[in-house]
Write a protein that binds this ligand. Structure first.
Ligand code: AMP
Length: 278
């Protein structure tokens, strides 16, 4: 892949990159379709990166469907599907790690120790291998996007990072490969995440700016769902990810909720138009 990419660069081709863990859905497809417009060669990577999973997490059962993924990739005009294996990415003796410090501390970084080190490290490797001019990432993983933007700036990595809106199901559920874990009953319960977001957006639009009041309302809505347990539910400044007590257009509402054993994340930037009617 690296030799192919370097040859393409020498020919003056503009490489566009969409890194994923596969089991593609319409969220990934939206990144590929936008990517198709932004360069000459569109590269999709599919790699379930072991070093970003904790010991008790779902690495072994993460859903996979290479054939289905390739069909979606083809339909979206992808030129290259790159599917490295863990033994090639992390051969014996591998010992280097990239850490973005402060941005990785709260939210998913607090619940998943080491997760973002694994993400930053693999994304750097993938950037070095794929040599992209531009990479597209989803706002669905808002903290990940913030961390990668920071890393690219801090390390002078020559890649333009493009953030893309969250793609949702018709009823509001943010698309995720992990939605495949949900039973039909859990699928219904999972709507509490997007409903909580909608409730907060409505209260904010009506003038409420007290973070505690907004979060209490969201908490009450989520906890009315017996299958749901809250991992985190927070108001953070979208740029620094620091907590805020008075919310504004630049505030991010971020939440992680377990539905049964499936951990789902969602978020919204209060000042941004909603991606779809939630
Ligand atoms: P993943 O395969 O879950 O690692 O996701 C790969 C990329 O797709 C990441 O940049 C995600 O943020 C993005 N992505 C995942 N789900 C969505 C979604 N529902 N809408 C937009 N982007 C998404």
């Amino acid at each position: 892949m690296q030799q192919t990419a370097l040859a393409l660069c020498r020919e003056g081709k503009r490489i566009v990159f969409v890194p994923t863990m596969g089991f593609l859905h319409e969220g990934h497809a939206s990144l590929l379709r936008e990517g198709r417009k932004r360069g000459d060669i569109l590269v999709l990577s599919i790699f379930v990166n072991p070093i970003q999973f904790g010991p008790a997490e779902d690495l072994d059962r993460y859903p996979r469907n290479l054939e289905g993924d390739c069909a979606i990739a083809l339909e979206c005009g992808t030129d290259i599907v790159y599917t490295p294996i863990a033994a090639d990415m992390y051969p014996p003796g591998f010992q280097t790690s990239i850490r973005v410090r402060d941005l990785a501390l709260p939210l998913c970084g607090a619940s998943r120790p080491g997760h973002f080190d694994g993400v930053a490290t693999v994304v750097t490797k993938l950037f070095n291998i794929v040599q992209p001019d531009v990479a597209l990432l989803g706002n669905k993983d808002f903290q990940q996007l913030a961390i990668i933007r920071r890393m690219v700036a801090d390390l002078s990595q020559p890649v333009e990072i493009v953030g893309m809106p969250i793609v949702r199901e018709g009823d509001g559920l943010a698309m995720s490969s992990r939605n495949a874990y949900l039973s039909p009953g859990e699928r219904a319960s999972a709507l509490c995440l997007s409903r909580a977001i909608r409730l907060v957006r409505e209260r904010y639009a009506a003038g409420e700016q007290d973070a505690n009041i907004l979060l209490s309302a969201a908490k009450e809505l989520i906890l009315a769902e017996p299958a749901a347990t809250i991992d985190y539910l927070e108001m953070r400044d979208a740029a620094t990810l620091e907590t805020v007590s008075v919310v504004s257009d630049t505030t991010l509402l971020a939440l992680a909720v377990k539905i049964g054993t499936t951990r789902l994340i969602d978020n919204t930037l209060l000042g941004e138009e909603s991606e779809v009617a939630l």
